[in-house]
Ligand binder design. Structure first.
Ligand code: MG
Length: 313
C-alpha cells in the first residue's frame, strides 16, 4: 500500500517538503520567503572559500552567505586574538545579525615543530584561543595545518600535543579536531627520518594519518576529514570511515572546483557511509574556480548541488 506521501507525490502535490497540509506562515509570507527556502538543509560553509570577497565587507558578505541558504559557517582567519581586523565579539554580532551560526573555526598554533620543550607554549596558545572562541560561540576548534612529522618521535609528540589541546578545549565544552591535506597519507619508517617533501614517497612504513588516529584519544580529538585531499593523497575516505568509526563527525566537502563537476568525487557514497559512521556537520570548501564567476557564485552553485542531492540529509 502506498503511503500518503507517495500518493501526494504521484499527484504532484509534494513538490516542496513540509508544505502539504499547510500554507506559508504569515511571517514567511510577509518576508516573501518561499517554502523551498524553508526546507533548506543544514549546510555549512568554510569561509576561506570566499577570500577577499568576504573579508572586504564582512557584514554584507555574511548576509549574502545566509541568503544563499547556508545555515552555519566555519571560520578561517583568527589571528592575534582577532578575526582578521575585527574583534571577536563584533564578528559574532555580525554573524548573528546575518542569521548565521558560527559552528567552527580553523586555527593553527604559531609553532610547526613540536618538542617536549615547546609543548607548554602550545598549550598556552590553545588556552588563549579557546577564551576567544567561547565568545565566538563555536562548537568545534580545528587545526588545519600539519605540524612537522618526519619520524615516529615527531608523530608521538604531535599526538601528545593534540590530546592536550583536546583536553583544554573540552573544558569549555568545545571539541578539538584536526583537518588533513594530502601529505598526511605519506609513510614514515620507524627508526628513520624522512623529510616531508612531495617528491619523496616512501612505499613502506606507517601512514602518518593512521599514526595520528591511533595515537590520539577519541574522547579528546576528532578528525575533520577533507575528502578531496584524502583522495588526492591516493586514499579512499570510505575505507577510513570503516576503519575508524565515529572519528569523523565533521567533513570538508570539497572537489577539484565546483562540487560534483570533476566526477572524481563520489559524494553519494561518501555521504551515505559518513552518516552511518556518525556524521554531524559538514562544510563546503571551494578553491580553484575554473569558470569566470565570483567566489560567491561558486559557493552558491556548491550549495545548490548539495541542497538538491537526495543523499544529503
Ligand atoms: Mg579543507
Amino acid at each position: 500500500m502506498e503511503t500518503k506521501r507517495e500518493f501526494l507525490k504521484k499527484l504532484g502535490l509534494l513538490t516542496v517538503g513540509g508544505m502539504v497540509g499547510g500554507a506559508m506562515t504569515p511571517a514567511m509570507a510577509a518576508k516573501g520567503t518561499s517554502g523551498a527556502f524553508a526546507t533548506n538543509k543544514n549546510i555549512g560553509l568554510q569561509i576561506y572559500s570566499l577570500g577577499r570577497e568576504l573579508t572586504d565587507d564582512v557584514p554584507n558578505g555574511l548576509k549574502k552567505i545566509a541568503e544563499i541558504g547556508y545555515k552555519s559557517i566555519e571560520l578561517a582567519g583568527y589571528r592575534d586574538r582577532k578575526m582578521g581586523k575585527i574583534e571577536v565579539a563584533d564578528y559574532r554580532k555580525m554573524a548573528d545579525d546575518a542569521g548565521l551560526k558560527i559552528t567552527g573555526s580553523h586555527v593553527n598554533p604559531p609553532i610547526r615543530k613540536y618538542t617536549k620543550d615547546n609543548m607548554g607554549e602550545i598549550a598556552d596558545f590553545w588556552k588563549q584561543t579557546v577564551e576567544d572562541h567561547i565568545k565566538l560561540g563555536v562548537a568545534t576548534l580545528v587545526q588545519p595545518g600539519m605540524p612537522t612529522i618526519d619520524n615516529h618521535e615527531d608523530a608521538a609528540n604531535v599526538c601528545e600535543v593534540f590530546n592536550k589541546a583536546g583536553e583544554i578545549v573540552k573544558e569549555a565544552d568545545i571539541k578539538w579536531g584536526y583537518h588533513n591535506h594530502d601529505r598526511e597519507f605519506q609513510k614514515i619508517v620507524k627508526g628513520e627520518s624522512t623529510p616531508q617533501t612531495s617528491s619523496h614517497r616512501s612505499q613502506k612504513g606507517d601512514v602518518v594519518y593512521d599514526l595520528m588516529l591511533n595515537g590520539t584519544d577519541p574522547k579528546l580529538v576528532f578528525f575533520e576529514m577533507d575528502v578531496y585531499w584524502t583522495v588526492m593523497g591516493q586514499n579512499d575516505p570510505l575505507e577510513y570511515f570503516e576503519k575508524y568509526p565515529g572519528r569523523f563527525p565533521v567533513l570538508h566537502i570539497k572537489d577539484r572546483s565546483i562540487l560534483g563537476k570533476s566526477g572524481m568525487m563520489n559524494f553519494r557514497n561518501i555521504f551515505t557511509k559518513a552518516y552511518e559512521n556518525g556524521l554531524e556537520e559538514f562544510y563546503v570548501e571551494l578553491e580553484n574556480i575554473k569558470e569566470d564567476i565570483t567566489q560567491f557564485e561558486g559557493v552558491k552553485r556548491c550549495f545548490t548541488y548539495l541542497n538538491k542531492a537526495k543523499f544529503v540529509k
